[in-house]
Design a protein around this ligand. Structure first.
Ligand SMILES: Cc1cc2nc3c(=O)[nH]c(=O)nc-3n(C[C@H](O)[C@H](O)[C@H](O)COP(=O)(O)OP(=O)(O)OC[C@H]3O[C@@H](n4cnc5c(N)ncnc54)[C@H](O)[C@@H]3O)c2cc1C
Length: 389
């Protein structure tokens, strides 16, 4: 089964495909390790600017901010074409997809004009400073504080505390930071959202080296960091709603997860065809491995249908909520299963090269963007109607 796109979306596909054919060269395709390598980072920046200048970096954004006001289906087409061409992502995915819509919704006109254009071109990179060592799933338990203070240098918030898990924190110029501004208020009510420049005195970023050997995540420590009061995003003490806007856009990203998973399964099946397991037999000739491969293939197709169901719901004005929890859960379980099957097909070789990398990276998927257990809670309560315990 395939999605039938309307003519406008297909026209956009033809236009974007032809642009990619002309501009996407192999130099841009190899972007792995850009966290570590300044040269690759510069190439990624160049690619991002190329996309932005052609109006393709954030097509969902309104035209006045450099987007195209693209429909949901055009956004899907964009993701499909980027994936088909093996184009690198933008340098600023968290900023463009999650934080920019929040600034558009809650930001002052001045904040929008100041931050959005540089974010679009990748001149500024943004990170999300939400999670803390004792506030992850229970984000509202966050304890980093901001106290408003007047001084000769102006009206400012003085920030103290620690964040963790910050993707891009080591590359970021700006952070969307959640802080507690009213410790006496109920926990969801005393939170505010600040825009923090990462080179402010008192900000210390400590990269965390993960199991893949990369410095993708960071701890960020804030010690008496002065943040100008005009950098408040949204109303003071109403930062929870601001944060939920950012997280809603993060969850909307699940609609495209099936693209990378289906490619991974197709690659695994191709690898299995070429992997000899003895007696002149390929891995795909083994009845048990064939079953395992068929199962992950079918599950990847199921994920595609789940994603399209969520998209169809949005097109019909339904709220996305629980459907994205189901898709996220199926995706992260499937990624673990693909990692296992790759191990069964390749044996010890599965621990090296790109499979070695993908197999360990997959361990983070049950956590990122809402854990498996939290998603199961959402499904139990909001879809199955089970009582809270
Ligand atoms: C790849 C990746 C990128 C990330 N990027 C960012 C980022 O850029 N910025 C940012 O702020 N954060 C980021 N995070 C953090 C992410 O949001 C948190 O990992 C997530 O919210 C879970 O929080 P935690 O790790 O503190 O786990 P905890 O909340 O401490 O949970 C620990 C365990 O307890 C379970 N648990 C918790 N509460 C319940 C409950 N009510 N019922 C059942 N089980 C429960 C969880 O499922 C989990 O298994 C990232 C995480 C990953 C993996």
């Amino acid at each position: 089964m395939d999605f039938h796109y309307p003519p406008e979306a297909e026209a956009f596909r033809a236009e974007f495909r032809s642009w990619l054919d002309q501009h996407l060269t192999d130099r841009y395709r190899d972007w792995s390790g850009f966290h570590e390598d300044p040269e690759r980072l510069a190439t990624m920046r160049e690619w991002n600017a190329l996309l932005a200048d052609a109006g393709y970096a954030a097509i969902a954004w309104p035209e006045e901010y450099g987007g195209r006001g693209a429909s949901l289906l055009e956004q899907l087409v964009w993701a499909e074409e980027m994936h088909r061409a093996q184009a690198p992502p933008t340098l600023n995915p968290i900023g463009l997809a999650n934080i920019a819509p929040t600034i558009m919704h809650y930001g002052s006109e001045e904040q929008k004009r100041h931050y959005l254009p540089k974010m679009l071109r990748g001149d500024h990179i943004w990170c999300q400073g939400f999670s803390e060592p004792d506030a992850g799933s229970d984000l509202a338990a966050l304890s980093a504080t901001a106290v408003r203070a007047q001084s000769a240098s102006g009206d400012a918030y003085v920030v103290n505390g620690q964040k963790v898990w910050n993707t891009f924190g080591n590359l970021a110029t700006h952070c969307e930071l959640l802080v507690r501004t009213d410790p006496a208020a109920p926990k969801h009510r005393g939170i505010s959202c600040l825009i923090v420049e990462m080179d402010s005195p008192g900000v210390e970023v400590r990269p965390l080296v993960t199991i893949t050997g990369e410095r993708e995540f960071n701890e960020i420590f804030f010690t008496d960091v002065r943040v100008p009061a005009e950098n408040l995003l949204g109303p003071e003490n109403d930062g929870w709603r601001v944060a939920m806007t950012t997280l809603a856009h993060e969850r909307a990203g699940v609609a495209n997860l099936h693209l990378s998973v289906r490619k991974k399964v197709a690659d695994l099946i191709a690898t299995a065809r070429e992997t000899m397991i003895g007696n002149g037999r390929a891995a795909t000739d083994d009845p048990v491995l064939r079953q395992r491969l068929a199962k992950v293939h079918l599950e990847a197709e199921l994920l595609k249908l789940l994603s399209w169901r969520a998209v169809s719901g949005m097109l019909h004005g339904r709220e996305q909520g629980p459907e994205s929890s189901v898709a996220k859960l199926v995706w992260s379980d499937l990624e673990q299963e693909i990692a296992e099957v790759a191990g069964e097909v390749l044996g010890a070789d599965a621990n090296q090269g790109s499979w070695g990398y993908q197999r360990v990276y997959a361990r983070s998927y049950p956590l990122v963007g809402g854990t498996t257990q939290i998603n199961k809670n959402v499904i139990a309560q909001r879809i199955l109607g089970l009582p809270r315990r």
